[in-house]
Design a protein around this ligand. Structure first.
Ligand code: PGA
Length: 274
């Protein structure tokens, strides 16, 4: 499986607000981000994933700030059915009809707190991709699975089930987020580069086995306690195509600090700040 040289591949960078930020706060975040985006190299693809209630405000603020071509706005979940008796759920068409272009699926908090299964993801991922949405599919092993030495096979299992019916033609809209469950949130420990490689190399191989050459083009992002101090460890790994940041990027200053540190680690800092 051939891959473009790292410097020729896009770098993806974004944040998931989780259950934080009102529509007003989200709009303010995007308005504050706008003047800083001009300094970001074109090769960097940015995304922001606010709560459902903030999506219309985020899309309006993105357009108003001239960020439409630079920042993807994502939802944190979607249902697989076109419509139906699914109280509390949101369909793909509801997202696309308001201009959402991106959806996060399989986040560890949805799997852990809300019982989201691999089988549900096997329906959600193709439903979203078929509708033209980009999908960031999260995979990751728990601390117990890592301790038992089944981290790589756990994430490969998650990947294979979620992508079971996905065809190579949809791969240009797919991104994978590798987030070890034990690394996420205030109680998490950031992964070491060797932990990431131990899992991401077999993950990449599994993409190649399923999709052939096309599997080499699917970006794999790292997430879990990413901060300015450690982001360079991840973005300099050959297999890592970006960062998926939580707490450290919920304010624009933090978002900028992590991005700036990641670009510096890649030798691309110049021009980002005055
Ligand atoms: P964190 O969140 O950076 O706050 O650990 C990461 C995530 O859940 O995606």
């Amino acid at each position: 499986m051939q891959r473009l040289a790292r410097d020729n591949r896009p770098l993806h960078f974004g944040t998931n607000f989780k259950m934080h930020q009102t529509p007003e706060e989200t709009a303010r975040f995007l308005a504050e981000l706008a003047p800083r985006v001009d300094r970001v190299p074109d090769r960097v693809r940015l995304f922001v994933i606010p709560p459902f209630t903030s999506l219309p405000a985020a899309i309006a603020a993105r357009e108003h700030s001239g960020l439409t071509s630079r920042v993807w706005i994502g939802a944190q979940n979607v249902h697989w059915a076109g419509e139906g008796a699914y109280t509390g759920e949101i369909s793909v068409r509801m997202l696309t009809s308001i201009g959402v272009d991106f959806v996060l699926l399989g986040h560890a908090e949805r799997r852990g707190h809300f019982g989201e299964t691999d089988e549900a993801l096997a329906k959600k991922v193709p439903a979203a991709l078929d509708a033209g949405l980009r999908v960031l599919l999260c995979v990751g092993e728990t601390a117990e699975e890592k301790a038992f030495g089944v981290g790589p096979e756990t994430v490969i299992r998650q990947l294979k089930i979620a992508l079971h019916t996905v065809g190579a033609d949809a791969l240009s809209r797919l991104l994978i987020g590798y987030e070890p469950v034990w690394s996420i949130g205030a109680g998490g420990t950031p992964a070491r580069p060797e932990d990431v490689m131990e899992t991401v190399v077999p993950l990449r191989r599994a993409l190649g086995e399923q999709f052939g050459e096309a599997g080499g083009s699917v970006p794999i992002l790292y997430g879990g306690s990413v901060a300015p101090e450690n982001c360079g460890d991840f973005v300099t790994l050959e297999e890592i195509d970006g960062l998926f940041v939580g707490r450290a990027a919920w304010q624009v200053e933090g978002f900028e600090r992590v991005l700036e540190a990641a670009l510096a680690a890649r030798g691309e800092a110049s021009g980002y700040r005055d």
